[in-house]
Design a protein around this ligand. Structure first.
Ligand code: ADE
Length: 244
């Protein structure tokens, strides 16, 4: 029987960074239950046996080292040939912005191959090897590993059965292009701050309406780029720039 979520295949110079994701929290439980797969490969294992470098200096000069194409091609081709069909993703700060929509799309794949770039960059000729390039935000990490972990987490929690109840992701922030409404638990009054009356009213229609309003108000105040018609950095209702 096929699993409900993707097999993640990660290629990295630091595959040990992925062990905690296989062992802890939502991703760990999902791996344990067979809802998703997670295998991390050492890029150096694809250098052809002897100790070949995985990086080299850039033609034309300039600072830093680049990842060489040969081990990257060998690793991606070998891993893709044994894994089920799916998408291969290069993680770089130059990629399209990863967001909730991309997470939902990847959750439907059978296999997601994530290649973690390191050093100052990659040889340009590796780019066509990948179906897409993704970035998790406009900042530069030391490598793609943390970005891969972010993606694995965001995708896994959308796989049916990965969270306690299927409801859990349906109301949260970004699921409908809005931020989530404010939530409260006991006590009803804490340090003089009372829970809004409507939430204690038992009137479910009123509660729904209040939550919708709060969600819209909060989105407008904190993330105007997510609101329809606003072009101050967003690309329209429910979309993040570059997230598709
Ligand atoms: N590698 C380095 N920075 C990154 C980023 N912001 N997103 C994805 N991969 C990266």
């Amino acid at each position: 029987m096929s699993r409900p979520g993707p097999e993640f295949h990660v290629i990295s110079l630091f595959p040990e960074m992925f062990s905690p994701a296989s062992l802890c929290g939502v991703t760990g439980k999902a791996v344990e239950r067979g809802l998703v797969g997670l295998t991390a490969y050492q890029l150096r294992d694809f250098t052809g046996g002897s100790i070949h470098p995985v990086d080299d200096s850039p033609y034309g000069g300039g600072p830093g080292m680049l990842m060489k194409p040969e081990p990257v091609f060998a690793a991606v081709e070998q891993v893709s040939s044994t894994a089920p069909p799916g998408v291969s993703v290069l993680l770089t700060p130059q990629g399209r912005r990863f967001g909730q929509k991309a997470a939902a799309r990847l959750a439907d794949e059978k296999r997601v191959l994530l290649f973690c770039g390191r050093y100052e960059g990659v040889d340009e000729r590796i780019r066509p090897l990948f179906d897409e390039e993704l970035s998790i935000g406009d900042y530069v990490l030391s490598g793609g590993e943390l970005a891969a972990l972010v993606i694995i987490d965001a995708v896994t929690r959308l796989v049916p059965g990965a969270l306690g109840s299927d409801e859990s992701t349906s109301h949260e922030s970004f699921s409908d292009g809005r931020l989530e409404y404010p939530q409260y638990t006991r006590p009803a009054v804490f340090r003089g701050e009372a829970v809004p009356d409507v939430l204690l009213s038992g009137n479910h229609a009123e509660i729904e309406r209040w939550r919708r309003e709060q969600s819209e108000r909060r989105t407008r105040a904190r993330r105007p780029d997510l609101v329809a018609g606003d072009r101050s950095g967003g690309v329209g209702r429910g979309e993040e720039p570059g997230d598709d």
